[in-house]
Design a protein around this ligand. Structure first.
Ligand code: GLA
Length: 412
């Protein structure tokens, strides 16, 4: 058995090394990037006279950066403050460069980046592969090099590159490739966040090996909304496509199931726990879209949960997957460094109360996660040691409707 385990460990290490070798070679996103992104919560608010606290403006990003430092978000690992769509002026400047809306960003992006850096954070910005962004602002088509240089000269650290209005599939692919090369050419370290496979999918199977050579993370599916049905649809999609997407994720390149919406209006406590637990299992980039200036202590506790973040950021860099689905229950696992597994038990039933799911520990890690014994610790919804189990034992887990119990199993 020990020999079999050694072989499996060797195979896992070899796969990880191969995945790393094929990733976009910019040295970034060795673990899933973490930060804050304005879109889901603040959308395209441009009327600062009517709504100064919520419009897309430098004030919003300065205030978010301040609170990220003051309230422990930066220390928890959330380092990027990201601007999404709608930051631009409606036209380029006289030299053809993108420019920020002068009313909403009177100091300009360069000054905003300086400020964000002075707080020990990084700045993300947004553009689009086509000639217009999804919200109708100027896109980067035909300007990839110039825009990459502009972003680098401003001190930008991440680019979210959307795929609206790109014309043909060839132009979409070429645009994503060219922007990646243009960013690399600037010499500045800029994380490259893509939506390439999402825009490709309705018409063509994405070539993930290629996408990983150009992007640090990539969206596959629709925008997240502040609702349980949205979270559920993302999880269902991911489980359905896991055979093609899980193996490709690893240091330097990640599947992006979109923003964390915890701390907003649409999710119950159990559903928020599910999003946090499952985004950790999926090795997802963790970009919160919420109002950190006003957030409940419970949401803050969950989003800053150290053990869950440690699972998300695990150095082995392997994405988790669904092992089995049994009526309303889903069992997922994620291999971790140090002969450990993160395990999630999700209860999809939306009627009734808490229910128990019982499964043999041999279900985990192809029978090796608890061999010959293991320690089990519950991480969410609250941390608690469950003690030591032998490989012939079963676990019985009580889960609330639409909730998840997240465990860490360490082989002894
Ligand atoms: C698309 C993206 C979203 C957001 C909007 C902005 O829908 O998927 O994440 O960036 O565009 O317009």
């Amino acid at each position: 058995m020990a020999a079999a385990r050694r072989v499996l460990r060797w195979a896992l290490a070899a796969t990880a090394a191969l995945a790393a070798a094929l990733a976009l070679d910019n040295g970034l996103a060795r673990t899933p990037p973490m930060g804050w992104l304005h879109w889901e919560r603040f959308l395209c608010g441009t009327d600062c006279a009517a709504d100064p606290r919520r419009c897309v403006s430098e004030r919003l990003f300065v205030e978010m950066a301040d609170v990220m430092v003051a309230e422990g978000w930066r220390d928890a690992g959330y380092e990027f403050v990201c601007i999404d769509d709608c930051w631009m002026a409606p036209t380029r400047d006289e030299r053809g460069r993108l420019q920020a809306d002068p009313k909403r960003f009177p100091s300009g992006i360069r000054r905003l980046a300086d400020y964000v850096h002075s707080r020990g954070l990084k700045l993300g910005i947004y553009s689009d592969v086509g000639n217009k962004t999804c919200a109708g602002f100027p896109g980067s088509y035909n300007h990839y090099d110039l825009d990459a240089q502009t972003f680098a000269s401003w001190g930008v650290d991440l680019l979210k590159f959307d795929g609206c209005n790109s014309g043909t599939l060839e132009l979409l692919a070429e645009g994503y490739r060219r922007m990646s090369l243009a960013l690399n050419k600037t010499g500045r370290s800029i994380v490259y966040s893509c939506e390439w496979p999402f825009y490709l999918r309705p018409l063509q199977q994405p070539n993930y090996t290629e996408i990983k050579q150009y992007c640090n993370h990539w969206r596959n599916f629709f925008d997240v909304y502040d609702s349980w049905s949205s979270i559920k649809s993302i999880l269902d999609w991911t489980a359905l496509h896991q055979d093609s997407i899980v193996k490709i994720a690893g240091p330097g390149g990640w599947n992006d199931p979109d923003m964390l919406v915890i701390g907003n209006f649409g999710l119950s406590w159990d559903q928020a726990v599910t999003q946090m637990a499952m985004w950790a299992i999926m090795a997802a980039p963790l970009f919160m879209s919420n109002d950190l200036r006003r957030i409940s202590p419970e949401a803050k506790w969950l989003l800053q949960n150290k053990e869950t973040i440690a699972i998300n950021q695990d150095p082995l860099g392997k994405q988790g997957y669904q092992i089995t689905k049994d009526k309303n229950f889903e069992l997922w696992e994620r291999p971790l460094a140090g002969q450990a597994y993160a395990v999630a038990v999700l209860n999809q039933q939306e009627i009734g109360g808490p229910q128990n799911f019982t499964f043999p520990l041999t279900f985990l890690g192809n029978g090796l996660a608890c061999n010959p014994a293991c320690s089990v610790r519950q991480i969410l919804p609250a941390s608690r040691d469950w003690g030591v189990y032998s490989w012939v034992s079963s676990l019985s887990v009580e889960v609330n409707p639409t909730g998840t119990v997240l465990l860490k199993v360490v082989a002894l």
